[in-house]
Design a protein around this ligand. Structure first.
Ligand SMILES: [Zn+2]
Ligand SMILES: [Zn+2]
Length: 239
């Protein structure tokens, strides 16, 4: 991301703080209770006809599950990641992750509420995907915690923030191939929940190859959780 869009978006944010009735992205006057106007909300880009297993577009219009997942289902039972990791969504998520733009978590979380509200039955708890302690100290916050906190409040589902831990520091997943990502996170998570859950939702900002949530799901199934959902803001398409 070059300096100019960051400066422009920072200016838009300062504007938004001074005048909360203005759109965070374009500065136009808002006629809704959100922080983005309808036009900028469209620019976030939604995944069209998402498969309920992998969260990517399902080419079969009538099916709930795409042909690839019917052949080779993922380990988890459901994924909801409504936004495409492109354009404005990508800019916002990068700012959330690397520039402490925590206010953007709320904007993006609210844009994803409809499909989460429609998903039933509700999970018993939201489990944010953890950062390793060292990474958390370095960054100061875990964006998955912020997202889980907002969805918890909006949907009245408790967060169990300490259920999952990273048992070892793993190098960043970015720049690794799918196979390397899988090896990188192998046995990297511990699970000590407050209650014995049967149905939970893992919460993260972005799902790329799914190797992290796959590895966590493996640990959860081993511990007796039957139904694991993955809730994220955005999906990177991988096919
Ligand atoms: Zn706008
Ligand atoms: Zn699928």
């Amino acid at each position: 991301m070059s300096g100019r869009p960051v400066r422009r978006q920072l200016a838009a944010f300062v504007n938004y703080l001074l005048a909360p009735g203005l759109c965070l992205a374009c500065g136009c006057e808002l006629d809704n209770a959100e922080s983005l106007c309808d036009c900028c909300s469209e620019r976030l880009g939604r995944v069209p006809n998402p498969c309920s297993y992998c969260g990517q577009p399902n080419p079969v219009v009538t099916g709930r599950i795409c042909p690839a997942c019917l052949q080779n289902p993922p380990r988890w039972q459901r994924m909801i990641a409504p936004l495409q990791y492109i354009g404005l969504t990508r800019d916002y998520l990068q700012q959330l992750k690397y520039f402490e733009a925590i206010h953007l978590a709320k904007t993006l979380c609210r844009q994803c509420l409809d499909p989460l509200r429609q998903s039933w039955p509700r999970p018993e708890a939201l489990l944010p995907v953890p950062l390793h302690r060292e990474r958390l100290l370095e960054r100061g916050y875990n964006q998955a915690d912020e997202i889980a906190r907002i969805w918890s409040r909006e949907l009245a589902i408790p967060v169990d923030r300490k259920a999952l831990t990273r048992t070892r520091a793993t190098p960043s997943q970015s720049g690794l191939s799918a196979g390397q990502r899988e090896l990188n996170v192998r046995r990297a998570f511990g699970y000590q929940p407050k209650h014995e859950y049967r149905h939970v939702a893992l919460v993260d900002d972005i799902v790329t190859t799914g190797s992290t949530v796959n590895e966590i799901t493996r640990a959860l199934h081993r511990a007796g959780v039957d139904y694991v959902e993955v809730w994220a803001l955005a999906r990177v398409y991988r096919r």
